[in-house]
Design a protein around this ligand. Structure first.
Ligand SMILES: Nc1ncnc2c1ncn2[C@@H]1O[C@H](COP(=O)(O)OP(=O)(O)OP(=O)(O)O)[C@@H](O)[C@H]1O
Length: 229
């Protein structure tokens, strides 16, 4: 197993009503690792991601982040941890349409009480890194799918997160655009030393990862497959 894992799930189970989504799933993720979670539709990938990120709490089992139990933190502490240590990229619908691109990227910093001027300066620098310079004043509805996903990546990375959670980040994009978006996400996260956990159906997306695990029937089939350390 991974010694000193940054993030670890141990025997986590979670049901929705009578539907079991996770059945004693286990997974360890090392700091700086880029991990792909694959598996059939309905196998429990998103539920696992949400439990690792503290969005859902498992019914049983434990989740540890950086040596601390995450699943037993109260809602306020878990949302603070999500805001400060984690970044999120979803398939779509994550940007606030009433706000401009720059507002969307600056938002997590403003919520964390960074001063306005500094927040917008950092947002502008991240927009540039994501090849979006000049688009800061646009409304998100005026963007292409690939541009919107790059804005979402800028927003996920602007706070300097330890872990970026991505759920089908290229699911709504054509394959060439998806590849470009993935290259930017993985490249920039590596530059920043962030860990990336990406749920995907796409083998080309998984190929960007250091390691790939498969979820089947609510379990990680071989949680240490491909572990090098
Ligand atoms: N909010 C929910 N309410 C009820 N059932 C849910 C909910 N979320 C997930 N489930 C059920 O839990 C199981 C696992 O779902 P999950 O979304 O984790 O799978 P997945 O592998 O991510 O699927 P997909 O690849 O299709 O997105 C499925 O049977 C699903 O129907």
């Amino acid at each position: 197993m991974i010694v000193n894992a940054l993030l670890r799930a141990e025997g986590i189970s979670r049901s929705f009503g009578s539907t079991p989504a996770l059945r004693e799933a286990g997974l360890s993720v090392a700091a700086g690792e880029v991990l792909a979670i694959m598996g059939p539709s309905g196998s429990g990938k998103s539920t696992l991601l949400h439990c690792l990120a503290g969005i859902f709490t498992p019914d049983t089992g434990e989740v540890w982040f950086d040596g601390r139990r995450l699943d037993t933190l109260d809602d306020g502490r878990r949302s603070e941890l999500r805001r400060t240590a984690f970044g999120f990229v979803f398939q779509f619908g994550q940007l606030v349409p009433e706000l401009t691109v720059a507002d969307n990227v600056a938002l997590p910093l403003l919520l964390g009480r960074t001063r306005r001027k500094q927040a917008y300066a950092r947002a502008a620098s991240w927009l540039e890194r994501l090849e979006l310079a000049g688009l800061g004043g646009r409304r998100t509805g005026e963007l292409s799918g690939g541009q919107a996903q790059r804005v979402a990546i800028a927003r996920a990375l602007v706070t300097g997160p330890r872990v970026v959670f991505a759920d089908e980040p290229t699911g709504a994009l054509d394959s060439l655009t998806g590849e470009h978006v993935m290259d930017l996400l993985v490249g920039l996260a590596r530059e920043e030393g962030a860990t990336v956990i990406v749920v995907t159906h796409d083998a080309r997306v998984a190929a960007c990862a250091d390691r790939e695990v498969v979820v089947r029937d609510g379990k990680v089939t071989d949680p240490y497959a491909g572990v090098l350390r």
